[in-house]
Design a protein around this ligand. Structure first.
Ligand code: HEM
Length: 511
């Protein structure tokens, strides 16, 4: 499940403090001071975020994860099914997708030119359309191409892989290659391809622009009214999204004039909340459950897993030993969405299965596979951990501290004692030692990403984001939809396009 979706985003590393907004990335709190840290202090803080349980369990020869019929109350968040982790990643890819060619990128390395503004418009699904990218479409130029059927239920069939070329490994032919980086996000992409085709056939009478509009509007509605309340909690959802006749109440994210943009406070901190929701391993369907513990390559050895691990760092990775993407989906590996989302019935799951699998809590720990990313193996060991990359990225981007943002929002900031405390004794001791070793560095000066995770952990037991993180995420996502003159929020409003209202939600079948 190696991910490069952060490092490849053009323009993100060069965000001026001026009020210029004619670029993809900008600042939400441009008058707040940039928080300063030292590299060693941030590396130390990241190390207190590693879950660190695998090494012990491997040494003891026991399974590192739990079977499908067991719950893990300390780590799991039953309020948030695991599918929302990857739907969140899918949204991230959609809004940070940079459709410029590598030639343009070469000529404009700092992304100082005008771009297509970020939108929730599913460019990742449609690419630049059937005229520009006909290889994404069937001969009729209307249906999106699908790949080979990989259904686990051969009686029904109909769960395809992404369309792929014949190279080795077989690369996906899709609008945004990042949506093939792991099995779950790649199956979400395949579901959107099928959704478009179903809408085209059943609702749009083969009218491509209408089908595209219906699909985009349903997607935007889901982001705004299903995804957001789950992630930010009801209070923040009501404050930002509800309550003003459907017009978001955006107080801090000002996308003025022609340019909506992605604030670095969102991309380098708040929206990375999703990293803490990632589970170490997943069951995909009733066949690929890993119900019997099996030994899988992991780290420099093997570990016993009940479900399929997100990745291992062995090179080359074992074919069936991880959820790595950028390759043909193995037979029977199609995802049963009942294993990932509520409201979808799973197909004949094993007895006692706890479904949908919950995501992990939004808290200040990241699972072990994320401490050694496969595509960062060439780097120094401490720079292979996702927590370290996030903290260093936020610092390099010059984003303000969590406390500064809280005060700016008119909130009482969490105290240092609360921020660096932990309900886990070992972590509490490690954080106290860290503060002692780097005296003064984190005093009233907490990295925004860490602040947002601790806020969720402390105030909401990891069920959803707190007021600072939730407000940033809700304002940016709803602001992007509001700024888009083609979005469902703007239909019938000044500057908006007048299109038929979306019909009832249509689900691709079979699910
Ligand atoms: C197994 C799953 C995932 C892996 C391995 C992963 C890995 C990464 C990596 C390596 C980066 C670049 C770090 C840097 O150098 O700054 C990154 C960036 C980022 N990730 Fe993830 N990520 C995962 C899931 C998610 C999820 C679920 C979300 C949100 C819901 C998310 C949101 C982001 C954002 C907003 C960025 C920065 C902007 C961007 O590049 O897209 N990621 N991730």
């Amino acid at each position: 499940m190696a991910s490069r979706h952060g490092s490849a985003v053009r323009g993100q590393d060069n965000v001026p403090h001026s009020s210029i907004r004619d670029q993809r990335f900008g600042r939400m709190f441009r008058n707040l001071p940039q928080a300063q840290f030292t590299k060693d202090a941030l590396i130390g803080l990241a190390q207190t975020m590693f879950q660190g349980e695998f090494a012990e369990r491997i040494a003891e020869g026991v399974e590192v994860d739990t079977p499908l019929n067991a719950s893990e109350p300390e780590d799991e968040n039953p309020a948030l099914p695991a599918g929302f982790t990857y739907f969140g990643q899918f949204i991230d890819h959609d809004i940070t997708f940079d459709p410029m060619s590598s030639l343009d990128r070469f000529n404009d390395p700092d992304a100082l030119q005008d771009f297509g503004t970020p939108r929730l418009d599913l460019d990742s699904v449609y690419g630049s359309g059937p005229d520009d990218q006909p290889f994404l479409y069937e001969d009729d130029g209307k249906h999106l191409l699908l790949g080979e059927d990989k259904d686990f239920d051969k009686r029904r069939n109909g769960r395809p892989d992404l369309p792929r070329n014949n190279a080795t490994p077989r690369r996906a032919l899709i609008g945004d290659k990042r949506n093939d980086e792991n099995t779950v996000v790649s199956q979400l992409q395949a579901t959107f391809l099928r959704f478009h085709n179903a809408v085209l056939d059943r609702e749009a009478d083969q009218d491509f622009p209408l089908a595209q509009q219906i699909v985009r509007w349903h997607y935007q509605w889901i982001v705004l009214h299903d995804f957001l309340p789950r992630i930010v909690g009801d209070a923040t959802y009501q404050e930002v999204v509800g309550g003003r006749g459907g017009i978001p109440n955006v107080r801090f994210y000002e996308a003025k004039g022609r340019y909506a943009f992605i604030p670095v406070e969102f991309s380098a901190a708040a929206y990375r909340y999703g990293h803490s929701m990632v589970r170490p391993s997943y069951s995909l369907n009733r066949i690929v459950t890993g119900a019997q513990p099996s030994e899988q390559p992991f780290g420099s050895g093997v570990a016993k897993f009940h479900r399929v691990p997100i990745f291992s760092v062995l090179n080359p990775p074992a074919q069936l030993g991880n959820l790595n993407g950028f390759r043909e989906l193995p037979d029977f590996w199609a995802v049963d969405w009942g294993f990932f989302f509520d409201g979808v019935a799973p197909q004949s799951p094993p007895d006692g299965a706890v479904l949908p699998q919950p995501s992990y809590k939004i808290d200040t720990t990241l699972v072990d596979p994320l401490t050694s990313l496969p595509d960062h193996q060439g780097m120094e060991p401490e720079l292979r951990a996702l927590a370290t990359l996030n903290l260093l990225r936020g610092w390099r981007m010059g984003i303000p501290s969590g406390q500064a943002v809280a005060h700016h929002m008119g909130l009482e900031a969490l105290s240092d004692a609360d921020l660096f405390d932990s309900e886990d004794e070992a972590r509490k001791t490690a954080r106290a030692a860290l503060l002692e070793m780097h005296r003064g560095i984190f005093e009233n000066n907490c990295p925004l990403w860490f602040y947002i995770l601790r806020e969720a952990e402390l105030l909401h037991q990891g069920a959803h984001l707190g007021p600072v993180g939730g407000t940033i995420v809700a304002e940016v996502l709803s602001g992007l939809i509001m700024e888009d003159g083609h979005s469902f929020l703007r239909s019938g409003r000044p500057g908006g396009r007048h299109c038929p209202a979306p019909k009832a939600v249509i689900s691709p079948s079979p699910t």
